[in-house]
Every structure is written in structure tokens, then in C-alpha cells.
Design a protein around this ligand. Sequence first.
Ligand code: BGC
Length: 322
Amino acid sequence: MHATSERAAIGIDIGGTAIKGGAVTSTGHVLAQRETPTDNHAGIESIIAQIALMVSSLQDEDAVKSREIVGLGVGVPGLVDYRDGRVINCANLPGWENVQIAKLLDDRTGLGVSMENDANNAALAEARIGAGRGSDSMALLTLGTGVGSGLIICGSLWHGAGATAGEIGHTIVQPGGRRCTCGQQGCLEVYASASATARRVVEAILTGAKSILSERVNSGHPLNSADVVEAAKAGDAVGRQAWDESCKYLAMAAINLQHTLDPKCIVLGGGMSAAGDFLLANVNRQCAEMMSSRLGTLPDIRLAKLGNDAGFIGAALNALDA
Ligand code: BGC
């Protein structure tokens, strides 16, 4: 038992489609990891059961048995009060409203549970061992189904007065604009997420625009942001316009973050960041067009480094900090 001294924790990242988890050391080394589709139709209890099963299966790994597991960190894709382990609400997980998830998981696993927002966990991981390493201020945006974000200020996560800070995806970028799942209108998330990018192309095609993606859309095939990138790279006007629009809103968010926080760097993660330089170059160009040099310099915008593992690694690091 506990042959090596480096402490470890288990981190779990609950997403609308998959639950990812891993046992992680304090230096961010992943000892073992798991992934399973989220069983979100059968309610909270079934997800709690899935997590408990994942935790015990990770604890059974030889590489994990030899460590002292100091806690369980969990990330959810919604508002979390980290102080009492309560999920405030979560648009993508029906029924997850005002529930003491930490208590439920503690009872099932016997581990001390630290709860966080999913993007806050990802920001913590990127700041410690990923793209933001060495920067004591950083903003992370995850571009997936929604737009998640986490703020690192003076080396620590910034939670705000009511634990709801860092929801850049719900800053309003278009007054009176599209309705968001949060209830507001015109949120960044409905203009710049991976889903919003794909939706823009689908809507253009369904209202008559011609694109190399027309056949797929007209036959009911779903699109994702990678399809839009491919079309835009091939010179497709609909794909290009959709991509430019999303990048314009991201540039707006980056400029607003720069003027609000002046962070050392802004890190872009999530599915859409797989576009790499194609994303960075466009966002940087539009930042340069919109931002006044009299107000400071362009933020250093970088790609995230930890991919899909950032959420559970950050969850574990958060538990190790607790
Ligand atoms: C939620 C955030 C979450 C993000 C990524 C957004 O819709 O409001 O809390 O971090 O999606 O999952």
C-alpha cells in the first residue's frame, strides 16, 4: 500500500454525452482513465451510480492501488456552488437543479468530494500543466455544445461572490438575439459554440444557399464544426461565412476579456479548437480589426493542450487542492 509518496485523486467530468474519469497525481500524471456514455435519461441517481462504478473500477487498477487517493473531484456542465458541493442548475442535464451532488457521491464512494463547473476544472488543468503553464492569469474558453469558461486570477480559479463567475458563454453579445437554453437572449454560446457554427450552415442551406454540404444537410445528416472547417478550407462560401461569423464573436469575447482582465493568455479548447491555426489566425485577424491599440495589446490567444482530458485532470487537481 502507498508504495510511492506522490498523492493522487480521482477526477470525473460529467458531460451531456459522456462521463470521463481518471486517477491523476499531483503533477498531473494520469494513472488510469475511463469513459462511458452518460445515462442521462434515467435521472440523477443513474449518473451517480455510473460515477460510483467508474470510481471503483479506477481504484482497482494496480497503478492506482499503490497510491493514497485523497479525494474525488467532479465537474458538471453548469452552475456549481463549490462551497457546499451543490449543483445550482445545468441546462444539459435535466433535473440537475439545486442538488447536493457532493453529498450523494460522498455517501456512495466514501471519498471527500470537491465539485466544480466543468470549464473551471479544464481551466485549472490548462493553467497548471497545459497551455497556460507559467501564466498566473488566464482565461479559458471551451467551444463545444456550449461555450464554457474558467478564469485564473493570481494563480487561482476566480469564483466570484456567488460562485457563478466565469460564464463567458452567457455574456450577451447580441441584445434581443437568439434565445439561449439559459433563458437569456443573445448569449455568446448561441453564436460561437461548435453547435452554433454548424447550425449556421444548416440554416443557410435550408433557406436556399448552395454549399458543398447541401446534399448532406438536405438528406438530414447532422453537421459538426469540423465539417464547417473542411468546407471553409475548400473555399465553400457558406462554410466560410459561418466560420468567419463564429470567429468574429470569439474575437469580441477575447477583446472584452482583454479589457476586463488583461490576462496573460486566452486559451481556446473544446471540439472546435481542433481547427488549430485555422481558428487562431481568424480570431487574431478579427481581433486586430476590432481592437484599438490605444487600449492595450492583443491578448495572446493559444490552443488548449490537454484535449478531452482537461476536465477530469482539473477535477482531480481540484480535489488534491481541497
Ligand atoms: C454552461 C456552462 C458550461 C458549458 C460547457 C454552458 O452551457 O452554461 O456552465 O461550463 O456549457 O459545458
